[in-house]
Design a protein around this ligand. Structure first.
Ligand SMILES: C[S@@+](CC[C@H](N)C(=O)[O-])C[C@H]1O[C@@H](n2cnc3c(N)ncnc32)[C@H](O)[C@@H]1O
Length: 284
C-alpha cells in the first residue's frame, strides 16, 4: 500500500462531526476535507443512511458480502454480461496511458484485481465509503506501494482539484440517490485534470421502443430505487452542463452498448474551457 509522502491534514475519524468518515492513507493528491456541503447527506457513523436502508443486505452484511463476491453471481446479476463489460472497461482504460487512476467505489468479483494488473505500476487509488468493502478489496489486491485505499464518500472526495488522470466508475451511479449522484459527478469533474478521462460503465438509457419494453428493465426497476431516475437523465448532457460550471468542457469519446442496449461503457474526456468559450457560455 502506498505510504503518503505529504500529509495535508489529519482526517476526521469515523463518526466525526462532519459525518464524512475518512481514513489514512493520504497520498499527495489528497487534500483536507472540504467544508461540509450546505445540506449534509444523512449518515450513521459515517455511513450514508440510503446505503444502510437500501443496500445494507448487499454491502454491509457479512453473509451478503460472501455471497455476492463471486464472478458467477455478478454475472448472473448482470444477465451474463459481466465479462464483456469488464473487458471493455479495461480495454478503454489501457487504450491511452491511464496515469494516476481512481476506482470510485469497490466492486465485487475480480474487476479491481484486473485493474491493478492493467495499470501495471501506475498509481491506483481505490475509495469506498464502507470500511468492510475496502477490507474485502485489500484481501484481493496485491499489496503494493502504488496502491492506495481510502475510505471516502464519492460525493465529497478528499482529492485536490485537477489531481487525477483517470477515474473509473463501475456500476455506482444508479445506486445513488439523485443528490448524491449529482455531487459525485461534480466531484469527479473537479478532481480530474484537464486532459483526464472519466470511464463510466453503467445501465444505459433506452434508445428505442423495444429497449424500453425490455422486461429486464422492469425487473431491475423494482429492486433498484434510483435506477429509473438515473436512466431518465441524459448523462452526457448533464456532464457537459456540470463541466461548464467548473470552467471545463467534457466530450464523450466512446460509447458502446452491451446486453441488447441494457448496459453501456462510456469514456469521457475532460478539457479546460478556453476563456473565449467561457465568455460565450456566460452570455448564452
Ligand atoms: C460500485 S457499487 C458496485 C455494484 C456492483 N453490483 C458490484 O459490486 O460489482 C457498490 C459499492 O459502492 C459503494 N458506495 C455506495 N455509495 C457510496 C458513496 N457515496 N461513496 C463511496 N462509495 C459508495 C458501496 O459501499 C459498495 O461498495
Amino acid at each position: 500500500m502506498a505510504k503518503p509522502s505529504t500529509l495535508a491534514a489529519p482526517y476526521p475519524k469515523q463518526g466525526s462531526a462532519d459525518g464524512h468518515a475518512r481514513s489514512a492513507p493520504t497520498p499527495q493528491a489528497l487534500q483536507p476535507a472540504p467544508p461540509p456541503a450546505a445540506t449534509p447527506i444523512a449518515t450513521q457513523n459515517g455511513i450514508p443512511e440510503y446505503l444502510i436502508r437500501h443496500y445494507g443486505w448487499a454491502y454491509l452484511s457479512p453473509r451478503g458480502m460472501r455471497f455476492f463476491d463471486r464472478p458467477a453471481i455478478i454475472n448472473l446479476i448482470l444477465f451474463g454480461q459481466y465479462r464483456a463489460l469488464k473487458e471493455e472497461t479495461l480495454r478503454c482504460l489501457t487504450r491511452e496511458a491511464a496515469g494516476e487512476t481512481l476506482q470510485l467505489a469497490c466492486v465485487y468479483g475480480d474487476f479491481s484485481t484486473r485493474m491493478q494488473q492493467a495499470l501495471d505500476g501506475q498509481r491506483f487509488h481505490l475509495a469506498d465509503v464502507l470500511p468492510g468493502q475496502i477490507k474485502l478489496s485489500q484481501q484481493k489486491i496485491k499489496a503494493d506501494k502504488d496502491v492506495c485505499f481510502s475510505r471516502m464518500d464519492a460525493a465529497s472526495l478528499a482529492y485536490r482539484d485537477d489531481s487525477l488522470d483517470t477515474i473509473v466508475v463501475f456500476f455506482l451511479l444508479h445506486e445513488l440517490p439523485p443528490e448524491v449522484r449529482e455531487r459525485t459527478l461534480n466531484e469527479c469533474l473537479r478532481v480530474l485534470k484537464p486532459g483526464g478521462r472519466l470511464l463510466i460503465t453503467e445501465f444505459a438509457s433506452p434508445t428505442n421502443f423495444l429497449t424500453h419494453l425490455d422486461p429486464r428493465r422492469h425487473l431491475l426497476a423494482r429492486a433498484e430505487p434510483w435506477l429509473k431516475g438515473f436512466l431518465g437523465q441524459d448523462l452526457n448532457q448533464r456532464l457537459e452542463q456540470m463541466a461548464v460550471t467548473q470552467g471545463k468542457s467534457i466530450s464523450r469519446l466512446h460509447h458502446r452498448l452491451f446486453g441488447g442496449g441494457l448496459y453501456g461503457v462510456n469514456v469521457f474526456k475532460l478539457e479546460s474551457l478556453s476563456v473565449h468559450e467561457q465568455q460565450k457560455s456566460t452570455l448564452s
